[in-house]
Design a protein around this ligand. Structure first.
Ligand SMILES: NC(=O)c1ccc[n+]([C@@H]2O[C@H](COP(=O)([O-])OP(=O)(O)OC[C@H]3O[C@@H](n4cnc5c(N)ncnc54)[C@H](OP(=O)(O)O)[C@@H]3O)[C@@H](O)[C@H]2O)c1
Length: 336
């Protein structure tokens, strides 16, 4: 059913920090395009194509859809129907912490939320365990000890093989990693937004610190939700994420970045590549980055992005020009 040559070096696998786990340089995320409102057959084709092209890491969260939970339901069905013999070839992650269900236990970082959510995710995904369970965002009102103990319980109960943290600012991240360590649990991986339009993990010193600590890094939205493709050069096309009501990307965000996007596009074209290839090669240039988690609305988009891996690494001279257009200080520093 799947390409028997899928592990023929078409996809580089990179070590996740100093752990034993390898992840594909590009992973597939299910935030958009896999919910109940999306085309199920296209979703299935995207997953198949991803696996055929060497993607072994699928990134989910409890609330992906819309509606929340429906991406996990769809993926669960596809896993059971098509991937049942390949479970051990896949690293599947999920997360808890953002709004999921009503009432006081449906979000944030309490033990109650995290462990109930993990049980729900496993049911929707039709899995006995996930490979990575993340705290999806820091909770300003819950003691880190409680959230980290819930992650540790996920591992100890066998419902997750590893744990990760997403979007924690550096100071809180350091403390959380220390608490986990004291409980005998390693933080395998950290998940921040990172792209040419948002370099805060770099500015805040997070990438350097992760590398020192041997913690892997899965950067999300490396195409800035599609802004680092040629699609928004002349406005907001119909059907794009910024044009769709359920899309997280707002037209104002696109308009605010348009000049920079155009300048980066000209640079990419002058170097013989499309903007998204430049953006993906750039995100992967850092040794601190284990994998770039992309989204795709079609098989064609997925293929187009994966072709970035065939491009030569960006030269120092080109990186310097990129720095002058999109300097490291750009983007929000959430570590304030
Ligand atoms: N931890 C967290 O808090 C968090 C937050 C956000 C995301 N994530 C993870 O990161 C994953 C990726 O996020 P993302 O979807 O924002 O990533 P992205 O790769 O920056 O953007 C993906 C979008 O770009 C457009 N696109 C992709 N390839 C294209 C191509 N070749 N040509 C034209 N347009 C193209 C598509 O949007 P159109 O619909 O406009 O075509 C696609 O849905 C998520 O699925 C999730 O797993 C994690």
């Amino acid at each position: 059913m799947f390409d028997p040559d899928r592990y023929d070096n078409r996809m580089p696998y990179r070590r996740c920090g100093d752990s034993g786990l390898l992840l594909p340089a590009i992973s597939l995320g299910f935030w958009h395009n896999f919910g109940r409102n999306d085309d199920f057959q296209e979703a299935r084709k995207i997953m198949h194509r991803a696996f055929d092209r060497g993607i072994t890491h699928f990134d989910l969260a409890n609330n992906y859809g819309p509606p929340p939970g429906s991406a996990e339901e769809n993926v669960g069905r596809i896993l059971v129907e098509d991937f049942i013999c390949h479970r051990d070839e896949l690293v599947i992650s999920t997360k808890a912490g953002h709004d999921m269900w009503g009432g006081p236990y449906g979000e944030w970082g309490s033990r109650k939320h995290l462990l109930a959510s993990l049980d729900q995710s496993l049911k929707r995904l039709r899995l006995g365990y996930v490979d990575i369970f993340y705290s999806h965002r820091p909770d300003p009102s819950t003691r880190l000890e409680e959230t980290m103990a819930a992650l540790a319980s996920a591992v100890e109960s066998g419902k997750a093989l590893y744990v990760g943290l997403s979007k924690y600012p550096l100071k809180r991240l350091k403390k959380a990693v220390r608490i986990l360590k004291d409980m005998g649990i390693r933080c395998l991986i950290y998940q921040p937004p990172y792209s040419l339009l948002n370099r805060w993990p770099e500015s805040a010193g997070i990438l350097d610190w992760l590398q020192e600590e041997g913690i892997g890094c899965a950067v999300f939205s490396p195409l800035a939700q599609g802004m680092l493709t040629p699609k928004y050069l002349d406005g907001i096309p119909d059907g794009s994420r910024a044009a769709r009501a359920e899309g997280f990307l707002q037209p104002e965000q696109v308009l605010a970045q348009q000049q920079k996007i155009r300048t980066l596009n000209e640079l990419a074209v002058a170097h013989g590549m499309p903007l998204h290839h430049l953006a993906l090669q750039w995100a992967l240039r850092s040794p601190a980055v284990t994998t770039a988690v992309i989204g795709a609305r079609s098989v064609a988009q997925l293929d187009d992005c994966l072709d970035a891996l065939r491009a030569a690494p960006l030269s120092e001279a080109l990186l310097a020009v990129i720095d002058s257009i999109a300097p490291p200080a750009a983007g929000k520093d959430t570590d304030a």
